[in-house]
Design a protein around this ligand. Structure first.
Ligand SMILES: NC(=O)c1ccc[n+]([C@@H]2O[C@H](COP(=O)([O-])OP(=O)(O)OC[C@H]3O[C@@H](n4cnc5c(N)ncnc54)[C@H](O)[C@@H]3O)[C@@H](O)[C@H]2O)c1
Length: 333
């Protein structure tokens, strides 16, 4: 399969490495608005480099991976679907879900397979946690808690174009809690703080946030995020049920020390970045996409899933700004 890669920055270069190691991928064609980024990937993975996304789509790859900056996703996804090319689109599908209300129907009408990039759905520990909930062994769910704590902030230019911590970072948690519970979020209340680098205040963003979620069946969710978790990259999904509790991410790389000196766990080293923590999940995710593109399986993370997580992020952004609980029904058209 010949795969087109649009965007060869941090995640695009990583996807190039993952894709080129998949047996079913025979060649890559790459483009980036910053040609040197595409050249570096082209040289390293013997890929063909083209000038821009339009040229790449016109070269008719068997499938395309959109890994460019967030503001480009929606237009590129529309263009790839219009060209009839199976598409993997990094999260978020759109900076603003209200600009994409026609997308679910458009993709459905086109019949073009589209998968949105939420790698946690493929992490073996996350999958095991979901299985424990689904098989009834946890009883009924009282609380779902999802945590994403980055060890250090991304560059200022990335923060400025990211749409803020909820649309950029917490969106992984919002997708994970929807996916694991199979329920929809109906209300959010978010708080946050911009301490740290002045870039957060300048971008009208926060560096630490917590979001309380209420699901349509009454389950309570808690999402915690920060850009300043000095101990390491801490991603956990905790499910607390009436009959049992499990956690994904409670492993030997958990970046936390017990205050009780008799407890040795975790033995470390701490996870330091999403690429090391989720390397296997990314491999499974893109391997799955190759099957989706070939028509061998259904998309495991649809445009609708991508947009639902975005609506939760919109509600959290508004809740923080207006300092009040926000019902998702307030936002949807
Ligand atoms: N799923 C995940 O876990 C995950 C992780 C990291 C990033 N992401 C998402 O991936 C996207 C990229 O993130 P990143 O960290 O690689 O950012 P980045 O800034 O390192 O890279 C983005 C690249 O896109 C290029 N670009 C911008 N406009 C383009 C266009 N029109 N055509 C081609 N290339 C273009 C830029 O030149 C840059 O090289 C973001 O939307 C981010 O939310 C997802």
């Amino acid at each position: 399969m010949r795969i087109g890669l649009i965007g060869a920055g941090r995640i695009g270069a990583f996807h190039a490495s993952t894709l080129s190691a998949l047996g079913s991928v025979t060649s890559l064609v790459v483009t980036d608005a910053f040609p040197a980024a595409a050249s570096a990937v082209a040289e390293r993975y013997a890929a063909e480099q083209v000038a821009d996304a339009a040229t790449l789509l016109a070269s008719r790859p068997d499938a395309v991976v959109i890994a460019s900056s967030t503001p480009t996703h929606l237009d590129l996804l529309r263009a790839a679907v219009a060209a009839g090319i199976p598409t993997f689109c990094e999260k978020p599908v759109s900076e603003n879900p209200s600009a994409a209300t026609d997308l679910v129907e458009l993709v459905a009408r086109s019949g073009v397979p589209v998968q949105v990039g939420f790698p946690r759905r493929f992490d073996p520990a996350f999958v095991a946690a979901k299985a424990a909930l689904d098989d009834g062994s946890l009883g009924w769910l009282t609380t779902v808690r999802s945590t994403t704590m980055d060890p250090a902030p991304p560059p200022a230019a990335y923060v400025a174009g990211s749409g803020g911590i909820f649309r950029d970072c917490a969106i992984h948690d919002f997708d994970a809690v929807r996916w694991v519970t199979g329920r929809e979020v109906v209300e959010v209340y978010a708080v946050g703080d911009p301490r740290g680098d002045a870039m957060f205040g300048a971008a009208d963003d926060v560096s630490t946030a917590s979001t309380l979620l209420t699901f349509d069946d009454g389950t309570v969710g808690v999402v915690s995020n920060t850009r300043y978790n000095g101990e390491g990259y801490d991603v956990r999904l905790e499910l607390h049920g009436s009959a049992g509790s499990v956690a994904a991410g409670l492993d030997e790389g958990l970046p936390m020390r017990s205050a009780d000196p008799s407890v040795g766990f975790p033995h470390g080293p701490a996870h330091s970045f999403f690429m090391d923590r989720f390397a296997e999940a990314f491999r499974i995710e893109l391997g799955t996409f190759v099957d989706v593109a070939a028509g061998r399986s259904e998309s495991p993370c649809t445009v609708r899933d991508g947009l639902e997580a975005s609506w939760v992020a919109e509600a959290a952004t508004l809740s923080l700004r207006e300092h009040r609980p926000v019902r998702l029904s307030e936002l949807r058209p």
